[in-house]
Design a binder for this molecule. Structure first.
Ligand code: 1HE
Length: 259
């Protein structure tokens, strides 16, 4: 399935590899590409258990396609932003966890897209910025909701007010990426993580993706009840019972420190 000429979908076993494929324009996201992302993540093939999102060429994504930034009135601007919200919600709240493989520019809407993924793996060439502030616009792809949850309101405000650019090491320290790897290795590491995630019980993955961010938005009291409900549902699955039995029988791996 090729939903759009600038977006490819390839299956590697249970992992869907989705790639922005517009390197000549640094994978800038025009409306058609945003809708293709929505359609792709809403319609992942049966059997897919995890996904990797990557960018072709020297950069992950240069954000909004500025050549499409026409004069929009307030109503059209609102609808445009809402279209991004639906597409990036399809990434975050789709059927499977998504691992972003980052390199080069992760800027503007590109950072908003990366923030909708569940895990971010960045190589040493990665840099992060929110140039919206200096371009006279604002984030519109969910960045104001998702990015402060990663790095805090103060850091995002600084990035937008001053045009500050975070390099890979700073981005990892701030919380933009959970993994930092040598240049050129982000995709391989992301795929390795996605394969590992694909081995989890699907209901557990689903609960993590869908319940954790909602619980973070709830009061502690409501969050604890949601946690108890999710816990009860997930552990009642036959697969969970088999996995616990396997550990008790000595057939499953112990928890161990990395070698
Ligand atoms: C673009 C875009 C784009 C590149 N829209 N065409 N995002 C930005 O403000 C980032 C703007 N881009 C850049 O700062 C740089 O292009 C990069 C740091 C990402 C890459 O630099 P470089 O030297 O590798 O590439 P380049 O020579 O700048 O760009 C190559 C081509 O891509 C060139 O077109 P060409 O026809 O002259 O070859 C660029 O014009 C084009 N290009 N980025 C359109 N973004 C939901 S709201 C989200 C709001 C935002 O995302 S605002 C932030 C937008």
């Amino acid at each position: 399935m090729t939903p759009h000429q600038d977006l490819s979908l390839e299956l590697q076993g249970p992992v869907a590899v989705v790639r922005l494929n517009r390197p000549a324009k640094r994978n800038a996201l025009g409306d058609a590409l945003v809708l293709a992302l929505r359609d792709t993540f809403q319609n992942l093939p049966d059997g897919v258990r995890a996904a990797v999102l990557a960018g072709q060429g020297e950069h992950f994504c240069a954000g909004l396609d500025l050549s499409e930034l026409k004069e929009r009135d307030a109503g059209a601007g609102l609808q445009h932003s809402r279209m991004w919200h639906v597409a990036l919600d399809a990434v975050q709240f789709g059927p499977v966890p998504v691992v972003a493989a980052l390199h080069g520019a992760v800027v503007g809407g590109g950072l908003e897209l990366a923030s909708a993924c569940h895990i971010r793996v960045a190589d040493e060439s990665t840099f992060y910025a929110l140039p919206e502030g200096s371009r006279g616009i604002f984030v519109g792809g969910g960045g104001s909701v998702r990015i402060p949850r990663l790095i805090g309101v103060a850091r995002m405000t600084d990035m937008m007010l001053t045009g500050r650019v975070y390099d890979a090491a700073e981005g990892e320290r701030a919380g933009l990426a959970q993994y930092r790897v040598p240049q050129g290795q982000a995709f391989d590491r992301a795929l390795e993580l996605a394969r590992r995630i694909a081995e989890n019980a699907p209901l557990t993955n689903y609960a993590l993706m869908h319940a954790l961010p909602r619980i973070a938005d709830q009061s502690a009291d409501h969050g604890l009840l949601t946690e108890a409900l999710m816990s009860a549902i997930v552990q009642s699955a036959p697969e969970a019972k088999e996995r616990v039995r396997a550990f008790l029988d000595g057939r499953a791996a112990k928890v161990a420190k990395a070698p």
